[in-house]
Design a protein around this ligand. Structure first.
Ligand SMILES: Nc1ncnc2c1ncn2[C@@H]1O[C@H](COP(=O)(O)OP(=O)(O)O)[C@@H](O)[C@H]1O
Ligand SMILES: [Mg+2]
Length: 369
């Protein structure tokens, strides 16, 4: 899906703006605090119904207004156009969403329709953050590629909650515990199998991108499923009952899974420069988008906040080359127009936007000025 038009009203510092982005690369240039990241945030909101900067969507309402609206026309190929509108009122308990003229069944419906990959300074968390950050990354991919994942995930979460609540009770009903453990194990094994299969498909795409970005081949993505290698999940749950009871929660299982990103056996975080880390994280995210398009023929929207930061000219060029070849719509922000203009093979096919004090206007490409 690509964004054909995007209209923002009272969103952060943007009181009113409408843009018609290209289906390929879009560059947003402007001074600090002009509103560039806010535009990426609005696009992210359309997919996730939350911000990547603040916990409360209410914070996105312009300080002088009492509600914001983000409205987009999405193109699903050929003549299929869908409308998507999200509105948040200061006094309302929740966000109002209209997708194709109706209230969607849930956020997952929007996320599935408009897959978004964000590459911003927080993306480093994929390497330096907690296992939860890496699980979220992994599950984003599995969710989009494997339709049965969501169902297993919900059942697993419910069973986990039930088991944890039983563990905290004084007297435990053995039969009930057994039932929930069975449900946990069946869905947990299934989630793990889907995660493993997904990673196996992702690895060669990631390796290829990393080779182009950094000329590095000795990278490994090691999946840790979250419990003892030598036993199945049913047995692991049974064996850890006493310990889990003491702690009051289930300690092992897919809820503890992780991916170790390593180079020559060393954890990536410990041996790579900041610029290299940015490229590794970007390669992981771009690989997810490429796999989605390969496996499901779905296009991803990439949001790249401050592309030039941390990258030298040579690596910026390789990055641009990869982005131009990758299918999917791209939005890139930057402060310096010259740094953003450099490195594109087909600069004439790129759309430029100038962002200034919350106003967005089409901008002539600097190299053709
Ligand atoms: N709810 C809001 N209402 C009005 N202005 C806001 C709101 N939230 C953030 N801002 C301001 O919007 C400006 C643009 O922020 P941002 O999009 O991060 O800029 P950029 O990415 O271009 O540096 C900042 O000055 C910020 O303080
Ligand atoms: Mg910014």
């Amino acid at each position: 899906m690509t964004i054909q038009s995007l209209k923002l009203t009272n969103f952060r510092n943007i009181t009113s703006a409408e843009i018609f982005p290209s289906a390929g690369v879009n560059l947003l240039v402007g001074e600090n605090a002009s509103g560039k990241t806010s535009i990426l945030e609005a696009i992210y909101l359309l997919s996730m119904v939350r911000s990547f900067r603040s916990k409360k969507t209410k914070n996105l309402i312009n300080h002088t207004a009492d509600q914001f609206t983000v409205f987009a026309n999405l193109n699903a190929g050929e003549a299929n156009t869908y409308s998507l509108g999200i509105q948040r009122h200061q006094q309302a308990a929740d966000t109002d969403i209209l997708f194709r003229g109706q209230k969607p069944s849930g956020v997952a419906e929007l996320t599935a329709a408009l897959p978004v990959q964000l590459i911003n300074p927080d993306a480093f968390r994929l390497l330096e953050g907690s296992p939860k950050d890496r699980r979220q990354f992994l599950d984003w991919g599995v969710f989009h590629v494997e339709p049965t994942f969501m169902h297993c995930w919900k059942r697993f979460q419910r069973a986990l909650k039930q088991r944890n609540s039983l563990l905290r009770h004084g007297r435990i009903d053995e039969l009930e515990l057994q039932l929930w453990e069975k449900e946990l194990a069946v869905n947990g094994e299934q989630i793990t199998a889907l995660r493993q299969a997904y990673l196996a498909s992702l690895k060669p795409i990631f390796a290829n991108l990393l080779d182009r970005f950094l000329g590095l081949q000795n990278f490994t993505l090691n999946f840790q499923r979250g419990w003892d290698k030598n036993v199945d999940l049913t047995e692991s749950l049974f064996l850890s009952r006493v310990k889990d009871r003491e702690q009051g929660f289930t300690q092992a299982g897919p809820q503890r899974a992780d991916i170790r990103v390593a180079m020559n056996g060393y954890t990536a975080m410990d041996v790579l420069s900041r610029g290299q880390q940015k490229l590794v994280v970007s390669a992981l995210k771009l690989a997810q988008g490429a796999l989605l398009s390969e496996a499901r023929n779905k296009q991803c929207v990439y949001l790249i906040d401050d592309l030039p930061a941390e990258l030298d000219k040579q690596h910026r060029r390789i990055f641009c080359e990869v982005l131009e070849k990758q299918s999917g719509q791209v939005f890139i922000t930057g402060v310096d127009a010259e740094a953003l203009a450099d490195g594109w093979q087909k600069p004439e096919s790129i759309s430029w936007f100038h962002v200034e004090h919350g106003q967005i206007s089409l901008k002539p490409c600097p190299s053709t000025k």
